[in-house]
Ligand binder design. Structure first.
Ligand SMILES: Nc1ncnc2c1ncn2[C@@H]1O[C@H](COP(=O)(O)OP(=O)(O)OP(=O)(O)O)[C@@H](O)[C@H]1O
Length: 307
């Protein structure tokens, strides 16, 4: 059983003028890493900013570490770390100065030099913020969010625009945070990032959470999977289909290559092999293809991640 919620959002509504950005959203995040996925404009940033206390809900409630992020901001701020997509940094300040300054504001900061090294920022300590590359600015923002050893960190697209090496370094840091007992809420457009890092994934579309669960559960649940096998060409797929439960599909997309779609469970596998046995077919290369998180995402939202 995972612990008490670190974030609890109930019926959150947030409008910008006539645009409803968040539309009665419910979200519970527990300790560990929670990834928030959704197409462009789904309401991820608005939701996260409401949790950070930057936006006041039009209705609904938000609790972060049990506190109201707007009314109890003073108590909450020292306990959370926030990585913004941009801004919040004086562009003339040096990278290392800024990080040391933020570290001093906290009682038990991380070792600044180790953090700089960890994120590959060693070469740019004396560089002013405005002269850092986009990826370096990104990593500095991450360092500033975590240096105070918060209980909970919000990371908004922490690896957007990073090269593969910097992405991996960021993933390692996020995993270390979890190992240290820090909870992480991260928004991302990268399915592999959610699959690699998250204990829990919430998919947001049109201002609501449309699915939530572990990456594994999301891939297993709801979405149908595919069973493939090889056999001699020209098998009677109509006969196979008759043996299968309703709502299944059976096809021979290429000669001798068969695909069965539907709820693939041990019973269905037994039905297929029994049918093969009855028809003197030796099924070869039987495999079950699980849907990826990306498949699940597309199925639920009907949209590509970058819309
Ligand atoms: N300050 C604002 N004023 C007006 N509309 C806004 C504002 N901020 C966001 N919106 C609108 O609210 C909706 C939700 O935006 P939000 O930034 O929360 O989505 P998102 O899921 O984070 O998107 P993205 O993946 O593109 O960052 C969008 O339609 C956006 O255009």
């Amino acid at each position: 059983m995972r612990s008490d919620p670190v974030v609890q959002v109930s019926g959150l509504v947030k409008r910008y003028g006539r645009k409803t950005a968040v539309d009665g959203l419910d979200l519970v995040a527990r300790s560990g890493i929670t990834a928030v996925l959704g197409p462009n404009g789904a309401g991820k940033t608005t939701t996260v900013e409401s949790c950070e206390g930057y936006r006041e809900p039009d209705s609904g409630t938000v609790r972060v570490l049990g506190l109201d992020p707007v009314r109890e901001a003073a108590a909450l701020r020292p306990r959370i770390g926030v990585m913004l997509q941009s801004g919040g940094v004086y562009s003339g300040a040096r990278a290392d100065e800024m990080l040391r300054h933020v570290a001093k504001l906290h009682a038990r900061p991380l070792d600044v030099d180790a953090l700089i090294e960890r994120l590959g920022l060693g070469s740019c300590g004396r560089t002013t913020y405005r002269r850092l590359s986009g990826g370096q600015q990104q990593r500095l923002a991450l360092a500033m969010a975590v240096v105070g050893r918060p209980e909970l960190v919000f990371l908004d697209e922490p690896t957007a625009g990073l090269d593969p090496q910097a992405r991996r370094a960021t993933w390692e840091l996020v995993r270390d945070l979890r190992a240290d007992g820090v909870s992480v809420i991260l928004t991302t457009h990268h399915m592999d990032e959610a699959e690699q890092l998250a204990d829990d994934v919430a998919i947001i579309d049109a201002g609501q959470v449309v699915a939530q669960g572990s990456p594994d559960a999301l891939c297993r649940g709801g979405a149908e999977n595919t069973l493939r096998f090889s056999g001699r060409p020209g098998l009677d797929v109509a006969s196979l289909l008759k043996a299968l439960p309703a709502d299944s599909t059976a096809a021979e997309p290429a000669p001798g290559s068969y695909r069965v779609g539907g709820k693939i469970d041990p019973q269905l596998l037994a039905t297929v092999t029994t049918w093969c046995a009855q028809h003197g077919v030796m099924p070869e290369k039987i495999s079950v293809e699980r849907h990826s998180l990306e498949d699940v995402f597309l199925e639920l939202t009907g949209k590509e991640l970058r819309g």
